[in-house]
Write a protein that binds this ligand. Structure first.
Ligand code: ZN
Length: 398
């Protein structure tokens, strides 16, 4: 097997570690994966001799794992700047659907291609994409290099029993083996997916396992309708189930270590603890949060409960960019006391875990994909570098 060795000033294998305290570090790569981490020039020389491979010097840079965008809708990338927040969420959804249906499948594929290219350009190596048109799969087939994609195929029946069985049609066939995308499931949200449809998705998921992504607890209106049948959604949806969205998801057995609960802006008392106990991840999208002017995100409550938090961009119908580092900056602007290593974890390991890629992406441990970002050391660092300084340089770089 051909072995490649690269060297750099330092390597941050994950949010809480640093290799290169002596001023030099190396990465052994076999078949596109990390096969070893080398601390110092002695270890690098020994590895060169052992593998018969001359190290390639990447220069005075520090390597970090590529980023993970845990939530996007790439097929909506052509809607950038076309949709206003509107006076209500249903009004926004109406605009999104109008614009999406006005686009041909070729345009949607082109839009998804643009989205994938923007992710690559901004350091994202894995994305959790919600798909309702197949556009991302088609786009991926035309690209030579792209981020790894978990394709969550979306189902919706709006609690209308006549739509329940039909909604499952899109999930019957697995994703083509020719595609590089990994199959996931996205029952859109407890207020748009009936109890019966959740059960059907869970049944399918137990036959053909894959990660799950659900929009959950984004706004007061959905909670009102779910729990009591009241509020503005009552005129659109049928009979309310009379319980919380999280209850419905637990009842269907859809909350586990590879479940991404998207948004989670308004958790009820005790819900962060239930999510933490199930090992599920809450995905926060700072740009979309700001677009809809959602108020404070309950980050402290989730962190106290031990919930894993990942970051996403959501779509360009509710955000300005698919650049995850911009999301990091927006997050830090609202939560300036967050430790940089904590934030980096949200942008890497936490997303990878939710998407079913723990240890394979979001870190540079042995066994992980050898895909990295680089950061140039700042003059003031001197010989003392640690991961905290590296994260600060990454987050403030334009
Ligand atoms: Zn979304």
């Amino acid at each position: 097997m051909k072995t490649r060795i690269v060297t750099a000033r330092g390597i941050v294998p994950r949010a809480d570690s640093f290799v290169g305290k002596s001023g030099r570090a190396g990465l052994v790569i076999q078949a596109g994966r990390v096969a070893g981490l080398l601390e110092g020039t002695g270890a690098i020389k020994r590895a060169e001799a052992a593998f018969g491979s001359k190290a390639e010097d990447l220069g005075d840079v520090v390597l970090l794992p590529g980023l993970v965008n845990a939530h996007a809708h790439l097929e909506l990338s052509g809607l950038a700047g076309r949709v206003e927040p509107g006076d209500s969420f249903p009004e926004w959804v109406g605009q999104v659907l109008k614009h999406r249906f006005a686009r041909s499948q070729d345009q949607l594929v082109e839009d998804a291609r643009g989205g994938l290219a923007r992710l690559s350009q901004t350091g994202t190596v894995l994305v959790g994409d919600i798909d309702s048109t197949g556009a991302t799969i088609q786009a991926l087939a035309t690209l030579e290099s792209a981020p790894a994609v978990v394709l969550y195929r979306e189902v919706i029946d709006a609690w209308d029993p006549s739509r329940t069985a039909v909604a499952m049609d899109s999930l019957t066939e697995p994703i083509s083996k020719k595609s590089t995308a990994v199959e996931g499931y996205s029952p859109h949200s407890p207020y748009t997916v009936s109890r019966d449809l959740l059960a059907l998705v869970a049944e399918q998921q137990s036959r053909r396992p894959g990660p799950v992504a659900v929009h959950w607890s984004e706004m007061q209106e959905e909670i009102e309708w779910l729990e009591s049948g009241a509020g503005p959604l009552a005129s659109i949806l049928g009979q309310s189930p009379g319980c919380s969205g999280l209850d419905l998801l637990f009842e269907a057995n859809l909350v586990g270590p590879t479940t991404a609960l998207i948004h989670g802006n308004l958790p009820a008392r005790g819900e962060p603890e239930r999510i933490a106990a199930a090992g599920a991840t809450v995905v926060h999208c700072p740009g979309t949060h700001r677009y809809f002017d959602r108020g404070d995100f309950p980050l402290g409550r989730y962190m106290e409960a031990g919930v894993s938090i990942a970051l996403g961009t959501d779509s360009l119908a509710s955000n300005e960019d698919l650049d995850l580092l911009r999301e990091v900056r927006l997050l830090l602007a609202r939560h300036p006391k967050l430790a940089p290593s904590r934030v980096f974890k949200m942008a890497s390991e936490a997303g990878a875990r939710a998407l079913g890629f723990e240890g394979k992406v979001g870190c540079l441990d042995v066994g992980a994909a050898a895909r990295w970002l680089t950061v140039r050391p700042k003059p003031q660092w001197g010989s003392q570098i640690d991961q905290g300084a590296v994260f600060e340089a990454l987050f403030t770089a334009e």
